[in-house]
Design a protein around this ligand. Structure first.
Ligand SMILES: Cc1cc2nc3c(=O)[nH]c(=O)nc-3n(C[C@H](O)[C@H](O)[C@H](O)COP(=O)(O)OP(=O)(O)OC[C@H]3O[C@@H](n4cnc5c(N)ncnc54)[C@H](O)[C@@H]3O)c2cc1C
Length: 342
């Protein structure tokens, strides 16, 4: 385990943005992680754990403290659809292995960039599946004591793109996650695009659904995989806002009817497609503002056109939020995380 000073972080993020960390360490085992945390306690350092950097915008000034790059890998398929994954595994490799072993439950999460740990923290979701629904337990190391603790699904407090870990940043570092998948189960076909593609066709296999989702993601610029074009982005920059019924009534005239997939009822209110709001606010696909812009393939994806700084990205995102608020009285909230000083 090597502690590296002044480590530039940009190449460890999908945005390709970020200044230097005071200290950086890549850990490949729980023992190394615990040793790094001991150092954090001894030197009273700030700490941040980075997975695959696919949901962060790191400050141009970098990070004052220690960045722990989680590279703890491993995957074990146990009996009856139970799998245990180490948090540094690449998420899509987890999906590929599950599908290859006829385990249903995460096939629609194919091609989501990131690590397994990051996937749990963010409670990833796509095309009708949400990771939190299949998590049965998480093992995490407490940063201030180095002790390991197991969290039940309830204790993970999963919500839309959120979890206990996201709401308590820096307190725990995930080392492993246990999923309950369904051996020989059927794929989930609930999302409109997916349903449409498979209607009037023979029942698809898990791997047919995985292949389709990967192609679908590529067509939206939401895939970072060799053999496909990709952008410097963190995917959806904003969450889909959930509004109360009164506000929904006011927005209804611009949203059109439910078949257009611009809103969805949830137990907490009506979820509105943020992409539709940003587009209607004037930020259409392909919009360019200096070194940043909107992906030509998806209007919720802010992209770095090559030389963007974190400051430029935030300024652009704030501009979008301001215009959406003024036009629709909807406060957009970031799905990405800003790391360091802004
Ligand atoms: C092209 C593209 C498409 C995307 N599509 C989707 C999508 O369809 N659905 C979706 O939900 N998301 C999507 N995302 C967002 C992103 O892929 C997920 O949020 C991903 O799970 C982040 O994982 P990561 O390892 O990259 O996390 P990072 O970006 O490295 O970190 C994110 C957060 O997780 C924390 N973290 C990471 N690992 C650990 C750990 N071991 N212990 C504790 N905390 C940890 C970090 O501290 C940070 O707070 C997309 C991103 C991109 C770039």
């Amino acid at each position: 385990m090597e502690i590296i000073p002044n480590y530039i972080l940009s190449n460890l993020t999908t945005f390709k943005i970020g200044g230097p960390a005071d200290f950086f360490v890549s850990v490949i085992s729980v023992e190394e992680l615990k040793a790094a945390l001991k150092l954090v306690r001894e030197k009273s350092l700030e700490v941040f754990v980075l997975g695959n950097g696919s949901n962060v915008v790191i400050s141009d000034e970098g990070f004052r403290g220690l960045i722990i790059h989680n590279q703890i890998k491993g995957l074990e398929i146990e009996t009856e659809g139970v799998i245990t994954i180490m948090a540094g595994e690449n998420w899509d490799d987890v999906v590929a292995k599950s599908v290859a072993n006829n385990l249903a439950g995460i096939e629609c999460l194919s091609g989501v960039p990131g690590s397994a740990g990051g996937a749990v923290v963010q409670n990833i979701g796509a095309y009708g599946q949400t990771l939190g629904d299949v998590v049965t337990g998480v093992t995490a190391c407490q940063t201030d004591s180095g002790e390991s603790r197991v969290f039940s699904r309830t204790e993970c407090e999963f919500e839309y793109r959120s979890s206990f870990f996201k709401n308590n940043p820096g307190k725990y570092i995930l080392t492993a996650v246990k999923l309950q998948l369904k051996l020989n189960g059927e794929p989930t076909i609930s999302y409109a695009h997916v349903k449409k593609h498979f209607e009037n066709k023979a029942k698809p296999t898990l791997s047919a659904v995985r292949d389709f989702i990967i192609r679908l993601r590529a067509s939206k610029g939401y895939l970072i995989m060799s053999g496909y074009d990709s952008y410097n982005t963190a995917g959806s920059f904003f969450k889909n806002p959930i509004v109360g019924y009164e506000q929904f009534e006011q927005l209804k005239p611009i949203l059109g009817d439910a078949s257009l997939n611009r809103f969805w009822e949830t137990p907490k209110g009506v979820k509105i497609a943020a992409a539709y709001l940003t587009e209607q606010a004037g930020f259409a696909k392909g919009y360019v503002d200096g070194n940043v812009g909107i992906s030509p393939k998806h209007s919720l994806s802010i992209i770095n056109l090559g030389k963007a700084t974190a400051t430029e990205v935030k300024k652009f995102a704030d501009k979008i939020k301001k215009v959406v608020l003024a036009k629709f009285h909807v406060q957009l909230e970031e799905e990405i995380l800003y790391i360091g000083k802004f």
